[in-house]
Design a protein around this ligand. Structure first.
Ligand code: CMC
Length: 392
């Protein structure tokens, strides 16, 4: 019989070669195409990082202008998609709506489905980067019963997303530059993260030759889980459930209890065992946004700060190398910006879309690429003969 290596959770299996993102979990280092995330977060902006992730190099001025033009040209969704949205229940989770709508893009954009045509692959990539914020904002507007807001292409990528979420007809909405900068940074920090669960899902789906819209929909579905992108929503809901600082010890005790499945959301990471460099940048942003919004000491924030302090000093967390991750701080910022918790994971999804599509393009362009087909260690019954029902 064949012999296979058993590696549950793929803790030691490289599934592909990739030149896009590098993580050193011990050093707490994250590089997009070689550039440190701290430098990109401080000096670059999300669309420039999109170009970098997609094409491998930072754009020249002219390349950036052209790329921005191409993205803004695709920000609207087909008008008929509005009807598609209306088929969902009002109270649908925006992630549920997004899985459906993004999957349905392959029913609308037939001229970018041919995966063997490099130009069509590029158009599909640009379409998704351009349309995901529109789709996420529409999912939000639909859930709160407000009219959809069309994209405003004179705004930058992050500003336009805030506009589509928070503008209402007949009122002037002016995007606050600090909030738009904070949103851009959230997008930047989530843009790619090598072979995480959702990216691996996109690659596996794509390895069969499935169309890119279907592959990204699969990635969104995987991201939704609370151990992955769903952690940002779960974390803020946990902070609210804890409610007051005096109840923290009870939750810490539960997290340590082996018989209790409870985990502290927003803590821990498969790869980062020292600190999550994204969390460090996100924490700075959180301070800026809270200051701007005049939020100094609300109960959720008090719980977050105290939990962070205790976890960083507690033996259990130190020995298991559990540090606050990116989702711990992003939820605090998004909450302060006025987003409901149900929008946290859709914002992660729209930000990660560029990473997913860059990884998908890299895979499709690789001539050695094969269908992803893991094997198993069979632990079921050995061969046995069928027994007619009368004899069982
Ligand atoms: N709270 C309490 N204990 C924890 C936690 C936590 N958040 N995370 C890990 N542990 C313990 C776990 O019980 C295990 O203990 P033991 O060795 O005694 O069995 C040990 O630490 C190792 O955990 P693991 O599940 O083997 O680690 P993993 O690498 O498979 O999981 C993780 C990584 C992120 C899924 C996990 O830390 C977790 O569930 N964290 C909470 C959810 C979360 O915040 N996810 C977001 C991750 S960052 C962004 C993203 O990917 O979306």
């Amino acid at each position: 019989a064949d012999v296979f290596t058993y590696d549950p959770g793929f803790t030691s299996t490289a599934a592909c070669e990739s030149a896009i993102t590098y993580i050193d979990g011990d050093k707490g280092e994250l590089l997009y195409r070689g550039y440190p995330i701290e430098q990109l977060a401080a000096k670059s902006h999300f669309l420039e990082a999109c170009y970098l992730l997609l094409f491998g190099e930072l754009p020249t001025k002219a390349e950036m202008v052209d790329f921005e033009h191409r993205v803004t040209n695709h920000t609207m969704v087909h008008e008929q998609m509005h009807n598609f949205f209306r088929g969902f229940r009002r109270d649908s989770h925006p992630m549920a709506t997004m899985v459906g709508v993004v999957g349905a893009m392959s029913a609308f954009y037939h001229d970018s489905l041919d995966i063997n045509d490099p130009w069509q692959r590029e158009v599909a990539a640009i379409r998704m980067i351009a349309k995901l914020p529109t789709i996420a904002a529409m999912a939000y507007k639909y859930s709160v019963g407000q009219p959809f807001v069309y994209p405003k292409n004179s705004l930058n990528y992050a500003g336009n997303f805030l506009h589509m979420c928070f503008a209402v007809p007949a009122e002037d909405y002016v995007v606050n530059p600090i909030l738009s900068k904070a949103m851009d940074r959230i997008m930047m920090l989530h843009a790619d993260h090598e072979q995480n669960a959702s990216t691996s899902t996109v690659r596996l789906a794509g390895s069969s030759g499935a169309n890119p819209f279907a592959c990204i929909a699969a990635g969104i579905a995987c991201l939704w889980g609370p151990a992955h992108g769903g952690a940002n929503q779960a974390c803020l809901e946990m902070l609210r459930e804890i409610g007051t600082v005096d109840r923290i010890p009870e939750y810490i005790a539960r997290a340590k209890d082996k018989d209790d499945p409870f985990r502290l959301m927003g803590f821990g990471h498969r790869v980062y065992k020292n600190f999550d460099p994204r969390a460090t940048v996100m924490k700075e942003s959180a301070d800026e946004v809270l200051e701007l919004m005049g939020i100094h000491n609300n109960p959720t924030l008090q719980v977050a700060k105290e939990l962070e302090r205790i976890a960083l000093e507690d033996d259990y967390f130190i020995s298991k190398k559990l540090y606050p991750n990116v989702d711990f701080y992003s939820g605090i910022i998004l909450d302060a910006m006025g987003f409901p918790t149900s929008m946290f994971t859709p914002i992660f999804a729209l930000s990660r879309t560029v990473g997913w599509i860059s990884q998908w393009r890299e895979m499709i362009a690789d001539p050695t690429q094969k269908i992803g087909r893991p094997r198993q260690l069979y632990i079921g019954k050995a061969h046995r003969d069928y027994v007619p029902v009368a004899n069982r």
